[in-house]
Design a protein around this ligand. Structure first.
Ligand code: SAM
Length: 401
């Protein structure tokens, strides 16, 4: 199978069956060498990031509605013509060959449309949601919440891959010095005392301390949510609800080495990875519990502190996971908000009086943010970080009892 064919199939799975792009890519990548794997990755993520402007571009030349394969092929080829250093004739012919294998009757149509795309400049005017590369409903909701200028500004940052961010469990200055000595550019992150930022393509396995579990990959906005937790007792019981794959558990474990940490995860299929990560990151004070965060097998008022990193629509991490904008609609966001509210209620049941918890989500929709926490009587503070060049969008709130 060619790279373009694989890209069409992966994107089709994302659009038609709401598959996660990362998982589909991991499966498909196994049959390609490094160079083709990088190309496949770039085609899939490039199209997901710039879907709306690409669609507006080629649609000018479509007299009929393309079938799903033709639609995705047009996205892929238009992406190559506009954003990659692939000669237009090669982008067209390679894509047309892939269409021939997957939907032969669409070949003539795709070929004709792509030739027009290659001859013409991109459209001068795009609708606001197309400029922001967002579905209409997300654009409208964020425009109303944050203002059009702010949305357009942060959406610019969503069009390219993010920096690599690490949470370090060793002295940050010494680690950065070691990285510099190896010729690796690394700078401290401003949002977390243990964050460092590196170029997006950096190979983590070649960095100092990888084998020794001295760091984990985690955006610095997510780290800030963990640093927001201020337990009254640093050697008590800390619950990490919704723990897999364990990034925040690991940071909690290293921040509070004397605490007993219980990492709760509902999805049994995610437990092996959680367990593997925690042992690689030397988190000796953590016990894993497979349980439903909505019905915890724990006494009322038994935990000193709780981190609740709730499942969400991932609207804050579109730069990292641009498929998230195709996976949830506004009704699903409402359903997620109900789940988040219920998880918060159960967390507050098991939290000790005078204990403290952090509610966090990597989404910036108000429904999943202030609408969830504002009715909590012990709300102490809340913060929404909008996505930027240096970090993801994130929301976290400190809540006492
Ligand atoms: C946002 S992810 C957590 C990321 C994790 N805290 C980290 O930093 O690596 C949400 C997790 O919640 C889990 N989850 C979903 N519903 C749950 C429930 N009812 N009880 C416990 N965990 C749940 C999901 O399986 C998923 O692993």
């Amino acid at each position: 199978m060619s790279v373009r064919q694989a890209a069409i199939e992966i994107l089709n799975k994302v659009f038609a069956t709401q598959a996660k792009a990362g998982e589909a890519l991991e499966i498909a990548s196994a049959s390609f060498d490094d160079r083709d794997r990088r190309l496949l990755h770039e085609l899939v993520y490039g199209v997901l990031r710039r879907f709306y402007s690409l669609e507006a571009d080629f649609s000018r030349f479509c007299k009929i509605k393309p079938d799903p394969v033709a639609h995705i092929a047009l996205l892929i080829a238009t992406y190559q013509i506009r954003h990659m250093r692939v000669p237009a004739h090669a982008a067209v012919s390679e894509t047309v060959t892939a269409v021939y294998k997957l939907s032969p009757k669409a070949v003539g149509f795709v070929n004709a449309v792509l030739r027009r795309v290659a001859e013409r400049a991109p459209p001068k005017k795009l609708k606001p949601h197309q400029r922001a590369e967002l579905p209409k409903w997300i654009y409208a909701s964020w425009r109303d919440a944050f203002g059009a200028d702010v949305v357009h500004q942060f959406c610019q940052t969503l069009k390219s891959p993010p920096k690599l961010a690490l949470a370090l469990f060793v002295d940050r200055n010494s680690w950065i010095e070691e990285a510099h000595a190896m010729g690796v550019e690394a700078i401290p992150g401003a949002l977390s005392p243990c964050a460092v930022l590196l170029d997006s393509g950096t190979d983590v396995t070649a960095l100092p301390g990888f084998e020794a579990g001295q760091f984990t990959v985690m955006d610095q906005a997510a780290q800030a949510a963990v640093w927001a937790l201020e337990p009254t007792k640093s050697d008590g019981l800390i619950l990490d609800l919704c723990a897999a794959p364990g990034g925040k558990t690991a940071l909690l474990s290293h921040r509070f080495p004397k605490a007993r940490i219980l990492a709760v995860e509902f999805n049994a299929r995610r437990i092996p990875r959680l367990s593997e990560n925690l042992s690689r990151l030397r988190c000796g004070n953590v016990t894993i519990l497979q349980a439903d965060g909505l019905d915890l097998p724990l006494e009322k008022s038994s935990a000193d502190a709780i981190m609740l990193d709730a499942p969400c629509s991932a609207s804050g991490i579109l730069r990292r996971h641009p498929d998230a904008k195709f996976l949830h609609d506004s009704q699903e966001v409402e359903k997620l908000a109900e789940l988040q509210q219920a998880l918060l209620g159960e967390a507050l049941r098991v939290l000790k009086v005078d204990g403290e918890m952090v509610y966090a989500v990597c989404s910036i929709h108000a429904q999943e943010n202030e609408c969830v926490v504002d009715s909590a009587p012990g709300l102490k503070s809340r913060q929404r970080l909008l996505p930027s060049e240096d970090h993801d969008g994130f929301f976290f709130a400190r809540i006492g009892k």
